[in-house]
Design a binder for this molecule. Structure first.
Ligand SMILES: [Zn+2]
Ligand SMILES: [Zn+2]
Ligand SMILES: [Zn+2]
Length: 133
């Protein structure tokens, strides 16, 4: 494995949260200033192609990256943007129903499920769309 790749994997392994490509590039340049941003991006793409790394969209911002071995789904509050990590098994029933009803295999890791966390629900006066259905 080349040095940029090894550094990328190490950064992702050490990250308790999530890293955007930009954050990863900054971390790698702090450790190895001679590695260019485009090299970091190219290696990130390559790691993703190899299935070592996956990305998720947690909101309107840039995608964030995880090691594939640590991949999981996310619930994100649209108000306070708190992120809750959820195991794949959480979507098992939905996965079965989507295949049974539509022949569609969902990929719940790729995008977060957006909603309102408990705290924001308690403070919200716009629960209409959640309670009506
Ligand atoms: Zn994507
Ligand atoms: Zn919230
Ligand atoms: Zn995550």
């Amino acid at each position: 494995m080349t040095t940029p790749r090894r550094l990328l994997v190490r950064c992702l392994f050490e990250a308790s949260g999530h890293r955007t490509a930009e954050e990863l590039a900054a971390e790698i340049q702090a450790r190895a200033p001679d590695i260019s941003i485009s090299t970091v991006y190219r290696n990130l793409e390559e790691l993703e192609r190899l299935g070592v790394v996956v990305h998720s969209h947690l909101g309107h911002g840039p995608a964030t990256y995880h090691l594939a071995t640590a991949a999981h789904g996310h619930l994100v509050c649209r108000k306070c943007e708190i992120q809750v990590e959820i195991a794949d098994g959480f979507f098992a029933d939905l996965r079965r129903r989507a295949i049974a009803d539509f022949g569609f295999a969902i990929d719940p890791r790729h995008f977060a499920v957006i909603g309102l966390c408990a705290t924001c629900q308690a403070a919200a006066d716009d629960l209409g769309d959640f309670t009506a259905g």
